[in-house]
Design a protein around this ligand. Structure first.
Ligand code: NDP
Length: 309
């Protein structure tokens, strides 16, 4: 069997076009232009790229985007005061504080300070609670993107056994809730799960959100499963890369390692997944592309929800 590749680009582009249309309607019907403010602290290079993408995409879709950049040594109280200021502004519908934050900052306290109505990352306890209750809420972007990929690729969820490997607050747990809300039968696995392959092999839909390159192998995948790879890892070891990629793909990957020192790899061994699964999301080019599109969708949703629309 060779898996069908579930590419993220076409789906992300459709979502972005729909969001752009919604923004036009909001302007025409209600005179509203949604606003998103992204707060970045310090000089983490990956955060800088992520924030750049978010601000650029917002602007392209017609969202008023703003980037607040604070020094790495900002105090907890200064950061909380920044959040308070954004909570109070009527022109700001969405607030996102880019993680990770420096060690002097209590990230949970900052995330909990964001007005839940403006919490476009969906990490505030009020939104986590609403998601568990199955109520309308702002939902974490990456797992919400996975649901969009499944639905828009016509992969049935209701009644299927979905197994998630990973139980983080930002991916694994909200992923489980979203799949449950879509009527899947859900199993959550983690580092203390005994005999992981015996469980993951039962999955109709297997979601890997682990943070370990190529961890999910043929022995974990049931024949014909849909495998969703959320992982993003940098691999620079060429011998390890050769275990992950077929020869034609390997050529591209070697070039990446040569040019920038690493290649992007998910939490699933792609060569083995392609042989066993029926559907597979690639890395890069899969789930990762949905995250920013879902953030844009959440910003419009926040603008609507704040006005009871
Ligand atoms: P975390 O490190 O917070 O969580 C990893 C989870 O994997 C934990 O629940 C952990 O279990 C579990 N785990 C670790 N080792 C094993 C193992 N050997 N067997 C079974 N389970 C294991 O990671 P995140 O959830 O933040 O991220 C997961 C992946 O998704 C990463 O690769 C990250 O880069 C990527 N990511 C991608 C995004 C995107 O936009 N595409 C966005 C966010 C993340 P335990 O709880 O027991 O420790």
């Amino acid at each position: 069997m060779t898996a069908r590749i579930l590419g993220g680009k076409i789906i992300a582009d459709s979502i972005k076009s729909e969001v752009a249309e919604d923004i036009k309607s909001l302007a025409a019907l209600h005179g509203i232009k949604p606003g998103l403010t992204v707060v970045r602290v310090g000089e983490d290079p990956a955060s800088s790229v992520y924030v750049g993408n978010k601000v650029k995409t917002s602007a392209e879709l017609g969202i008023n985007s703003e980037h607040v950049h604070l020094d790495a040594d900002v105090s907890q109280s200064e950061l909380l005061a920044t959040v308070d200021g954004l909570n109070a502004r009527d022109d700001v519908d969405g607030i996102l504080v880019q993680l990770p934050l420096p060690p002097q900052i209590d990230a949970s306290a900052v995330l909990e300070r964001i007005d839940p109505q403006k919490d476009v990352d969906g990490f505030h306890p009020v939104n986590v609670g609403r998601l568990s209750l199955g109520e309308r809420s702002l939902v974490p972007c990456t797992p919400a993107g996975v649901i969009e990929i499944l639905k828009r690729s016509d992969i049935a969820i209701a009644g299927k056994h979905a197994v998630i490997v990973g139980r983080s607050n930002i991916v694994g747990k909200p992923m489980a809730m979203l799949l449950l809300n879509e009527n899947a039968t859900v199993t959550i696995c983690h580092s203390r799960t005994a005999d992981l392959p015996s469980i993951t092999k039962q999955a109709d839909i297997l979601v890997a959100a682990i943070g370990r390159a190529g961890f999910i192998r043929a022995e974990h995948i049931g024949e014909g499963a849909t495998v969703v790879d959320v992982g993003i890892n940098n691999v620079s070891d060429t011998d390890f890369a050769a275990e992950l990629f077929a020869p034609e793909e390997m050529e591209k990957r070697l070039k990446a390692i040569e040019n920038r020192g690493f290649t992007l790899v998910g939490d699933v061994n792609p060569k083995e997944a392609m042989e066993r699964a029926a559907n597979f999301t690639p890395v890069p080019g899969g789930v990762g592309l949905l995250t920013v599109a879902m953030l844009m969708k959440n910003t419009v949703e926040a603008a609507n929800m704040r006005r009871n629309l």
